[in-house]
Design a protein around this ligand. Structure first.
Ligand code: RTP
Ligand code: MG
Length: 141
């Protein structure tokens, strides 16, 4: 499998729980490298634009409200099959359905506050990385 890059967000609930380090350790133990990282507090426009694909969904307003409720850590992860590997580490969107040992099973309680985001395809990874990072902010390969 080729080396890929994917966008990861440690969401406000996990930051508030002081779980940043434990979550990053899971990425690193699985062979994913952090090649860019920043901590920021999203505003409505930035969070809404990020989740624009869900704009018409009933949960959109709550999703934006949650994502702006506190600081997040946005990272680019790199490694073999990084997009699928990160999604496997995260577990199902609803933590109640997430496999044991996944980040969402261990750090999240509800579908609204589910600890992490990960890009779901090469196309979304490219868009999402560019949404948060200038190319000069990414570690050279
Ligand atoms: P994410 O984009 O945050 O990594 O999550 P995901 O791919 O697993 O799920 P997605 O379908 O993209 O949904 C984005 C976020 O919206 C919230 N959601 N709520 N109440 C609901 O039915 C519902 N469905 C989705 C979740 O917080 C999800 O992470
Ligand atoms: Mg998604």
């Amino acid at each position: 499998m080729a080396t890929q890059r994917t966008l990861s967000i440690i969401k406000p609930d996990a930051v508030a729980k002081n779980a940043i380090g434990e979550i990053i350790a899971r990425f690193e133990k699985a062979g994913l490298k952090v090649v860019a990282a920043k901590m920021l507090k999203l505003d409505d426009d930035k969070a809404g634009g990020f989740y624009a694909e869900h704009k018409e969904r009933p949960f959109f307003k709550d999703l934006v409200g949650f994502m702006t409720s506190g600081p997040v850590v946005v990272q680019v992860l790199e490694g073999d099959d990084a997009i699928a590997k990160n999604r496997d580490l995260m577990g199902a969107t609803n933590p109640k359905e997430a496999a044991p040992g996944t980040i969402r099973a261990d750090f999240a309680e509800t579908i609204d506050a589910n600890a992490v985001h990960g890009s779901d395809s090469p196309e979304s990874a490219e868009r999402e990385i560019a949404y948060f990072f200038e190319s000069s902010e990414l570690c050279p390969r």
